[in-house]
Design a binder for this molecule. Structure first.
Ligand code: ACO
Length: 159
């Protein structure tokens, strides 16, 4: 059995995400309007596989003993990517998103990774304003391509 993480009331911190956080993080993802949750990649098994490959680079933010922010972050030895960057609606605009992104970037630098990227839907006004405020570069000089290797890995969008 995995050890339970003990949290104190009033505890505030950004720390590395572990698989023990999965249930709370999943509940947070499900509360984020417009988030696309993958039917395979975002299961506990999918996230465990991701965290095993990338044990130090994903983040959660804990406020008053509960997880209110999360980022899945990993790399392939050359380029890093951020997924599911989110902060609970009630806790937004308090610097939590920024703190988590900075945490992930510091963890990536420790692994000598030089570049990190992400995808944000063009229609995601809040997300795009955030990335622009954070000083990230919007690339308009390339087309994004992908190819499904498993058609069962459906994306279901939260209402
Ligand atoms: C790869 C991806 O996941 S892309 C999708 C990104 N995620 C989402 O869209 C999910 C829904 N949104 C959220 O969860 C949150 O709004 C986030 C994660 C985008 C931002 O989290 P927050 O904790 O609110 O951001 P934080 O308070 O750290 O803001 C950092 C900076 O961005 C600015 N900012 C944040 N949100 C907005 C906004 N909606 N409009 C304008 N500026 C904003 C802040 O003013 C701040 O600027 P400052 O440093 O000059 O003061």
């Amino acid at each position: 059995m995995l050890p339970l993480i003990k949290r104190k009331v009033g505890e505030t911190m950004v720390r590395t995400m572990t698989i023990d956080d999965y249930d709370e993080v999943y509940a947070l993802w499900m509360s984020i309007h417009g988030f696309g949750i993958r039917s395979i990649d975002d299961t506990k098994e999918g996230v465990e596989m991701f965290l095993k490959r990338n044990p130090t680079t994903s983040a959660v933010d804990v406020e008053d003993g509960k997880i209110v922010g999360a980022i899945l972050c990993g790399h392939d030895g050359r380029r890093a990517c951020l997924y599911h960057v989110c902060v609970s609606e009630k806790y937004r605009m308090h610097g939590i998103g920024k703190k988590m992104v900075e945490f992930c970037c510091e963890q990536l630098k420790k692994e000598k990774i030089n570049k990190v990227c992400l995808n944000a839907f063009v229609t995601n006004t809040v997300g795009n304003k955030f990335w622009q405020k954070m000083g990230w570069t919007l690339r308009t000089d390339l087309n994004y391509y992908d190819f499904a290797l498993n058609e069962d890995n459906l994306t279901i969008f939260n209402k």
